[in-house]
Ligand binder design. Structure first.
Ligand SMILES: NC(=O)c1ccc[n+]([C@@H]2O[C@H](COP(=O)([O-])OP(=O)(O)OC[C@H]3O[C@@H](n4cnc5c(N)ncnc54)[C@H](OP(=O)(O)O)[C@@H]3O)[C@@H](O)[C@H]2O)c1
Length: 297
């Protein structure tokens, strides 16, 4: 079976590519520039294409049975996703699995969630079998905060006080691999959620315990966050993330019992815990620190 991964060089897609190769599947990865091919794992075949250039997708999808689609955050996300759905449908793809967001439909004023809802609709209208993977906030977003955690003792992801069932991207990837390689997941929608409800203070506390020193939560002031973010994040994304964090702070992003029942059907086990992720991550950072130290002496 030939499976095309769109977004296979990214956070979730790279785990999916490795998971599919482990299962012995034929994996193609859509890449936008030839130099990305070198980073692909052994056995994955690169195919050139760009969601912003729909004419390139015809060739990329030719002879493909299944597609895993990630749409990267972009002001063009809707158009990119719709182009991928149309190209897959035209190519006779038998099943498309799409990475979406837990409860995306609850906040259509946020561009990245509105895009998801429009892509869901296109999938429903296409008649092509599809599966939606509705992921909560990734644990791995915290890797972006490594410097502020280690150097300033601060956790500055302003997720608020109500709480999110954040999730490990490795569990998302495992669920995606299952839906792509086993029958029975067509036209279904799976939440991907962690077991702990995590607030900003909880996360800071868990890092404090693993690092063995105090980590403060940066707080819920989004004006302060915006000022910091503006130096590294494009303006449209600062605006959209600010809306997302306002939503998290007002409503949280919590899972229901029904969500866990659905997740069990695709994951077949409990998801990884945030405590374990933090322990692994801190161990990794300590190893990096020791290596840097050894190089310097
Ligand atoms: N972060 C979270 O907490 C969270 C939670 C739930 C859902 N999500 C959703 O997850 C998605 C992002 O997933 P991710 O973090 O795994 O992505 P990522 O790490 O940002 O990687 C994006 C991937 O898409 C590729 N790409 C970007 N633009 C493209 C284009 N025009 N044509 C073809 N490929 C293109 C990139 O290729 P290059 O290597 O060329 O850049 C890369 O492989 C978003 O839709 C987001 O809303 C995120």
């Amino acid at each position: 079976m030939s499976i095309l991964v769109v977004g296979g060089t990214g956070t979730v897609g790279s785990h999916v590519v490795r998971g599919l190769l482990t299962k012995g599947e034929q994996v193609r990865v859509l890449i936008r520039s030839a130099d990305r091919a070198d980073a692909l794992p052994f056995g994955a075949r690169a195919v050139m294409g760009d969601l912003r250039k729909p004419e390139t997708l015809r060739w990329a999808m030719m002879g493909v049975d299944r597609v895993f689609l990630v749409t990267a955050l972009s002001p063009m996300e809707t158009e990119e996703g719709l182009a991928a759905v149309a190209a897959a449908n035209r190519a006779g793809v038998r099943h498309l699995v799409y990475l979406s967001v837990h409860h995306a439909e609850r906040a259509p004023h946020i561009l990245q969630l509105k895009s998801k809802v429009e892509i869901h609709k296109a999938l429903r209208d296409s008649g092509m079998p599809f599966t939606l993977i509705m992921a909560n906030d990734f644990f791995q977003n915290d890797l972006l905060y490594r410097e502020s955690l280690l150097e300033e003792g601060m956790y500055s992801h302003p997720i608020g006080d109500i709480g999110l069932n954040r999730v490990d991207v490795r569990d998302i990837a495992d669920a995606v691999v299952t839906t792509l390689t086993q029958a029975g997941h067509e036209f279904l929608c799976y939440p991907l959620i962690g077991v702990e409800i995590l607030t900003g203070l909880d996360v800071a506390d868990i890092y404090s315990r693993s690092l063995g020193r105090e980590i403060r939560y940066g707080g819920n002031d989004l004006e302060v966050w915006e000022k910091e973010a503006t130096s590294t994040v494009p303006g449209w994304l600062v605006h959209d993330l600010k809306l997302l964090y306002e939503f998290y702070q007002r409503h949280g992003l919590r899972a229901s019992e029904g969500d866990f029942v659905l997740q069990e059907k695709v994951l077949g086990r409990l998801p990884r815990s945030f405590h374990t992720f933090v322990r692994e991550t801190v161990t990794e950072w300590e190893r990096d620190g020791a290596r840097e130290h050894a190089k310097a002496v």
